[in-house]
Design a binder for this molecule. Structure first.
Ligand code: GLV
Length: 329
């Protein structure tokens, strides 16, 4: 019987082509709601489902699913209950590596954009309020010499550090907040002597820009809450290109409103695509619609990788990028 792939949302052509070369492909016309997705996964009609971050693959859905695997079109996979998938023998794949630089670019863009008030400035010009050069028009902050605190020190944090060092920032990191572990100079590699490890608590207190680079887990949900915001410098800016729920967004809105911290650059939101009331009205924010990996080459490559994972699952081969590799071994 031909292999049948379910693609919940159309992905770029290079990925679809690989799937078509390997079997039959059903691409849904619009993103499925939970019930529709659960019914399709339980139907027995599909070998592999290619999912997006908005597709919630939780334990009840996976328990009833009759698929061999789930290939996520993302490096993050917090939308999938991987333990449940593993229990049910369902393979899970993701797309690491290819989006590292693009996402670090967006972190740097948010650092610069918040520091230099780019959204306010753009709006002023478009609104016809630009009446000529002024000595004190839209004064911002320098990033050179400012302390960048990286929460997490994985691929994307390191790529952000590389960029920040190029901008003359002083880079600190805490590798596994809220916990700590020591990172040796050997492990630091090219960064030894250039970035400094501090505790999560110190990172919170010392950062001018605090940039989040942790996966969303039970330990990191609401990592930045009211208590953390209160301990940040009043001039600090929070940058989030990781996952929205890592920040307690209502507490953030309150902190931005009251001047507890100075600003925020966000590419992700706690309840995407909804924003916490009040957030969009705050001038000291730069808000992006989760576009960390959104370049043409990166999305093509993510499509290819997610398709290669899907085909490997369907053909019973080892996945190029497995999330539950023991199952594939
Ligand atoms: C995007 O957020 C991803 O995890 O790839």
């Amino acid at each position: 019987m031909a292999i049948h792939f379910l693609v919940t949302t159309a992905i770029p052509e290079p990925g679809l082509q690989l799937l078509r070369d390997a079997g039959q492909v059903t691409v849904l016309a619009e993103p499925p709601d939970y019930g529709t997705l659960a019914a399709l996964c339980a139907s027995g009609d599909f070998d592999v489902v290619l999912t997006q971050l908005r597709d919630r693959m939780d334990a009840p859905l996976l328990a009833a699913a009759r698929v061999r695997g789930v290939s996520n079109f993302a490096v993050g996979y917090n939308n999938i209950d991987v333990d449940a998938a593993t229990r049910h023998g369902i393979l899970v794949g993701n797309t690491p590596g290819v989006l590292t630089d693009a996402t670090a670019d967006i972190a740097m863009l948010l650092i610069l954009g918040t520091a230099r008030r780019v959204v306010e400035a753009d709006r002023l010009v478009r609104d016809g309020r630009f009446s000529g050069w002024e000595p004190e028009l839209l004064l911002g902050r320098d990033v050179s010499g400012a302390v960048l605190g990286l929460a997490g020190f994985g691929r994307i944090a390191r790529a952000t550090a590389r960029r920040a060092l190029g901008f003359g920032m002083d880079v600190l990191f805490a590798p596994r907040p809220p916990g700590d572990r020591h990172v040796s100079d050997d492990e630091l590699g090219e960064f030894a002597g250039k970035v400094r490890q501090v505790t999560w608590n110190e990172l919170v207190q010392r950062s001018d820009f605090l940039s989040l680079h942790v996966p969303l887990t039970d330990q990191t949900r609401h990592l930045v809450d009211d208590d953390v915001l209160q301990r940040m410098k009043p001039e600090a800016i929070l940058i989030n290109t990781a996952r929205g729920p890592v920040v307690h967004e209502a507490a953030l809105v309150e902190a931005l409103h009251s001047g507890t911290i100075a600003g925020a650059g966000l590419d992700v939101f706690e309840d995407e695509p909804q924003l916490t009331p009040g957030l969009a009205a705050l001038p000291n924010t730069v808000l992006l619609p989760h576009i960390g990996s959104a370049t043409v080459p990166v999305r093509n490559e993510m499509a290819r990788l997610s398709a290669l994972n899907a085909v490997a699952i369907a053909e019973g081969r080892v996945l190029p990028h497995a999330v539950n590799p023991l199952l594939g071994a």
